[in-house]
Design a protein around this ligand. Structure first.
Ligand SMILES: Nc1ncnc2c1ncn2[C@@H]1O[C@H](COP(=O)(O)OP(=O)(O)O)[C@@H](O)[C@H]1O
Ligand SMILES: N[C@@H](CC(=O)OP(=O)(O)O)C(=O)O
Length: 570
């Protein structure tokens, strides 16, 4: 690409002196301007994470992100610095339930936001503390408690008391949430009357948590002189599938959310405070949720929509840790992760990140920082597209409990084709998601995704049905109460990881029932009994993260004498 100097946002940037045309997002262009040589790209709403433009009849992809303009052509990326407009929103900061669990925590989070004066953030909030759990429990109880007993439900009391106390302690008017609390009580009475809690009603019920926390927090920021504006995500373009309790975000969300947040910001700047976890079903127009922990996904979606410089998720731990601290308290923060590692870790059960949350960040190549709102000075974990893997062995150990495993052995002879296809078509027909798989020509061992089972409430009856179908082509052994231990790390060193892992498991008398090395190259999964799983994680953690990795090379000690130099698991 020839380079001549042209002005983008008043900053000299090397560009071709020819018209640039936007072929996508046209409806969003302000005053339908074209990409002339001097057109201000930043005058586009929202600093899109990805724009496709035509230049001299060729399609060229341009991406505005943070202070950089990326030009992507024929697989090459050129980056040109230009000044970020003082008008742009810069980052998204998501605060989870533990970060906003009380008035005191809300004050601290407000101080934290104000301690970054250089940022113009969008704030995403979860429900306060354990509110989502309390709402769900209240809903379950309402099904059978009778309409007249609804206002005595313990969980409803806890929710009311927490929110009204918080409002009072922050010096706010209770009117900002009283309408929501009344509606909540009405809804619970409706559930009691109908004696059922559908998935759709469940989503509407839990939405009260985020709707109240964001209203309280926005009102508090305004009270202390920080201009803020509350948004219900389902009103500003978060469009999803109608899979209640487990909805997927649709593409239309990105331009819609970018336009709404950007336009409001430009016409009347105020920190946007957005409900996490919630969307709107595209057919039903009803409130949907992205599954537990879904506010992380709200944050990364906003990050992608607006092409922000950084996505921050603020938790109650010092970042992503080497294992679940509830299983082993000596877990340590992992300083760097790739999107792929983080996605795998989340998918295989690390509660710290929502399983789908890495997708938008990876697609838009926006760094995600996991930080501790209780300890903001801790560096946290930085998640990016690539990292230096030269020293990396094991990054983190993840445990997924209560998994169902199936051993399926073909009743037909070796060499007959179609067995795998037949087995997987049965799962497809029954709409059941498969998790870890190990195969040979005549047998398959696999686990069924427990989160999908949970959301679809796959019960014993349905499992029996799966087995019945599979038994038409195979001998089937159903094994329940199993755990998947996922070793997330550098699978280029799988022999080393496996050697060490199996040594640890053998010394602990644990028999591995299935093993699978993911195509992703960052994950090795081992299936063990539930009853042995936590002990295994602790032993593996000690071996990989608390001892010198050169101890791993038993062979080299007694054999060739070359001891590798890695000093820790990262
Ligand atoms: N590998 C891990 N790294 C960090 N935290 C983990 C890990 N596995 C499980 N956790 C749990 O995840 C919690 C943080 O996730 P979550 O509760 O969803 O945060 P928030 O509600 O603040 O968004 C931690 O308190 C920790 O108990
Ligand atoms: N409040 C929802 C959504 C969420 O993301 O929460 P948290 O950020 O506290 O995990 C939940 O509890 O699932």
């Amino acid at each position: 690409m020839a380079t001549s100097m042209h002005s983008v946002c008043g900053v000299k940037t090397p560009f071709q002196a020819s018209p640039w045309r936007c072929s996508r997002f046209q409806p969003l262009l302000q005053s339908q301007q074209r990409f002339e040589s001097s057109v201000s790209l930043l005058s586009l709403p929202g600093g899109f994470s990805s724009l496709k433009v035509s230049y001299q009849e060729r399609d060229i992809r341009v991406r505005c992100q943070g202070g950089n303009l990326h030009i992507l052509e024929r697989g090459q990326t050129e980056t040109h610095d230009f000044e970020e407009s003082a008008n742009e929103l810069t980052c998204v900061m998501k605060f989870g339930g533990s970060s906003v669990a009380s008035a005191e925590r809300m004050r601290e989070v407000a101080d934290l936001i104000c301690s970054f004066p250089e940022e113009r953030p969008i704030i995403v909030l979860s429900a306060m503390g354990k509110t989502t759990n309390n709402l769900l429990q209240a809903g379950e109880k309402a099904v059978s408690c009778g309409v007249s007993n609804v206002n005595e439900l313990e969980e409803l009391d806890i929710i009311k008391e927490l929110h009204l106390r918080t409002v009072c302690e922050l010096g706010l008017e209770s009117s900002i949430i009283s309408k929501r609390l009344d509606e909540l009580e009405q809804l619970l009475k409706g559930i009691a009357m109908m004696k059922e809690l559908t998935l759709r009603t469940r989503d509407y019920l839990v939405s009260f948590g985020e709707c109240m926390s964001t209203r309280i927090f926005a009102a508090y920021l305004n009270r202390i002189g920080v201009k803020a504006r509350q948004y219900d995500a389902f009103e500003i373009g978060f469009i999803t599938t109608d899979d209640f309790t487990n909805a997927d975000i649709l593409e239309a969300t990105y331009p819609a959310v970018a336009k709404r947040l950007h336009d409001d910001w430009i016409s009347d700047p105020a920190i946007p405070i957005v409900t996490g976890f919630l969307g709107k079903g595209w057919r039903t127009c009803a409130v949907t949720t992205f599954g537990r922990g879904g506010s992380d996904l709200t944050a990364t979606t906003i990050g992608k929509a607006l092409g922000l410089r950084e996505i921050q998720v603020w938790k109650d731990v010092d970042g992503v840790l080497t294992c679940d601290p509830n299983i082993y308290s000596r877990a340590e923060p992992v300083p760097f992760l790739t999107f792929e590692e983080a996605a795998e870790l989340a998918y295989f059960g690390a509660q710290v990140l929502h399983p789908q949350s890495m997708r938008p960040a990876r697609e838009a190549d926006i760094p995600v920082r996991v930080k501790n709102s209780y300890n903001p000075k801790a560096p946290g974990t930085l998640i990016t597209r690539a990292r230096d893997m030269s020293e990396a062995v094991l990054t983190s150990i993840v445990l997924k409990r209560n998994v169902t495993m199936l051993d399926i052995v073909s009743t037909r002879m070796l060499g007959q084709f179609g067995f795998l296809a037949k087995v997987f078509s049965i799962f497809e027909d029954l709409g059941i998601s498969v998790d870890v798989v190990a195969t040979s020509e005549v047998s398959i061992s696999l686990t069924l995704d427990p989160s999908k089972l949970w959301s679809r409430e796959l019960i014993q009856q349905e499992l029996d049905h799966v087995v019945e179908e599979l038994e038409k082509v195979a001998v089937v052994n159903l094994l329940q109460r199993r755990s998947i231990i996922s070793l997330i790390g550098n699978v280029q060193r799988s022999s080393l990881i496996l050697e060490k892992a199996f040594h640890v498991l053998r010394t602990n008398g644990v028999n591995v029932q299935m093993i699978s090395q993911g195509a992703s190259k960052v994950n090795i999964s081992l299936i063990v009994n539930d009853s042995e799983a936590e002990q295994c994680v602790r032993a593996l953690h000690s071996a990989f993260f608390e001892s010198n990795l050169s101890d791993l090379y038993w062979g080299s000690r007694s054999g060739n004498g070359s001891v590798p130099t890695e000093s820790n698991g990262y």
